[in-house]
Design a protein around this ligand. Structure first.
Ligand code: 3PG
Length: 400
């Protein structure tokens, strides 16, 4: 982007593909980290006199307009952060977008509506995606890719559009890639990885890769129960991906052989009532050893012994990568494990990276100071796929 700025962008329409896919509750943004993360790129372009057209997806609407997934709240928040009025187009490539962009003065910013309101954005058909990219290209003279959280998606605005316009990477992508590089080449050891989140199937490829790279892998979240089951424990009504048991068993054996410490919870918080927790008091929840989960209960967080164990495994690390909450942190009674992991990262002298929309949101929602971490990535799937060593369509397109 610096090269682009040096060439001059005044009066040019610059399309910024951002990732403004922020968590919303009742139309209110609960964590604006992703908007703040792309703000420097947008601000710099506006300062330089560009007519900035910001685009993003939000959620997973079905290729047609759906008010529940409008980008309007994100546009409003962007305006507040920039301290300037941000225009909003109520469609993506239709009359409103065209008029809004045409009316943009130099140095002003507009946001167009959710890209996924158009089926062409996510289409698997190259021609359909290409046709949508053609329409998007009409709105701009230059493309800046800065939606790091979406670079693993082969979508029209991420992959096809940059091929149609002069393009550059924004500051956020440059920072994110710089950090992730530190986790792949010459990583400082011990390298400890904490993996959480609901589904083990989302993490298999990264575990596969990390078994040859990390020194310790600490497992939490819903995915832990598939590991505990593979170890021979009963997991009650906890989240379980039966079909992944063979793979998980293979990984546990491989870890054993290669000397990678694969650490599982030794105790967990369980309840029979989740997600219907209304009116329940903490007395309804109990902590049990990981091999004693009652048949009618579901594991919802790592227990106190596990928190201590994981903190001790993090304490002497030189590098820590954490992806995925280790409990249902959205509920205060099950936020203790995720809080303990965040605290262990804050307390360690290691270079710490928090990756993943959920864990990044968790540390902010739980009140941690972002600056206490080495880096908080805006990418969940994107950072995982980067660490898996995959070619990311959105990065490849910017290099081309
Ligand atoms: C994310 O939240 O990880 C990114 O915004 C990508 O969203 P997606 O998984 O719906 O493509």
């Amino acid at each position: 982007i610096d090269e682009l700025l040096a060439e001059g962008v005044a009066g040019k329409r610059v399309f910024v593909r951002a990732d403004l896919n922020v968590p919303l509750a009742n139309g209110e943004i609960t964590d604006d980290g992703r908007i703040r993360a792309v703000q420097p790129t947008i601000a710099k372009l506006a300062e330089a006199g560009a007519r900035v057209v910001v685009a993003s997806h939000l959620g997973r609407p079905k290729g047609a307009p759906d008010p529940a997934f409008s980008l309007a709240p994100a546009a409003k928040r962007l305006g507040e952060l920039l301290g300037t009025e941000v225009a909003f187009a109520t469609d993506t490539v239709g009359a409103s977008a065209k008029e809004t962009v045409a009316a943009l003065a130099d140095g002003r910013v507009a946001v167009i509506e959710n890209l996924r309101f158009n089926a062409g954005e996510t289409s698997k058909d190259d021609a359909e995606r290409g046709a949508f990219a053609d329409q998007l290209a009409e709105l701009a003279d230059v493309y800046v890719g800065d939606g790091f959280g979406a670079v693993h998606r082969k979508h029209a605005s991420v992959f096809d559009l940059p091929a149609r316009l002069p393009h550059a990477a924004g500051y956020l992508i440059a920072t994110e890639v710089g950090v992730l590089k530190k986790l792949t080449a010459d990583v400082k050891r011990p390298y400890v990885v904490v993996l959480g989140g609901a589904k083990v199937s989302d993490k298999l490829a990264v575990i596969d890769e990390l078994l040859g790279k990390a020194d310790r892998i600490l497992i939490g979240g819903g995915m832990a129960y598939t590991f505990l089951k593979a170890k021979g424990y009963e997991v009650g009504i906890s989240l379980l991906q039966e079909d992944q048991l063979p793979k998980v068993t293979e990984y546990m054996e491989r870890a054993e052989k290669t000397g990678v410490e694969l650490v599982l919870p030794v105790d967990v918080l369980v309840s029979a009532d989740f997600p219907d927790l209304k009116g329940k008091t903490p007395a309804d929840f109990e902590t049990v050893d990981a091999d004693k989960i009652p048949a009618d209960k579901e594991g919802l967080d790592i227990g106190p012994k596990t928190r201590e164990l994981y903190a001790s495994k993090i304490a002497d690390a030189e590098t820590v990568f954490w992806n995925g909450p280790v409990g249902v942190f959205e509920h205060p009674d099950y936020a203790g494990g995720t809080t303990a992991i965040a605290q262990a990262l804050v307390d360690s002298d290691a270079f710490t990276v928090v990756g993943g929309g959920d864990s990044a949101a968790a540390v902010r929602i739980l009140g941690f100071d972002e600056n206490a971490f080495g880096h908080i990535s805006t990418g969940g799937g994107a950072s995982l796929e980067y660490l898996e060593g995959k070619t990311l369509p959105g990065l490849a397109a910017l290099e081309g």
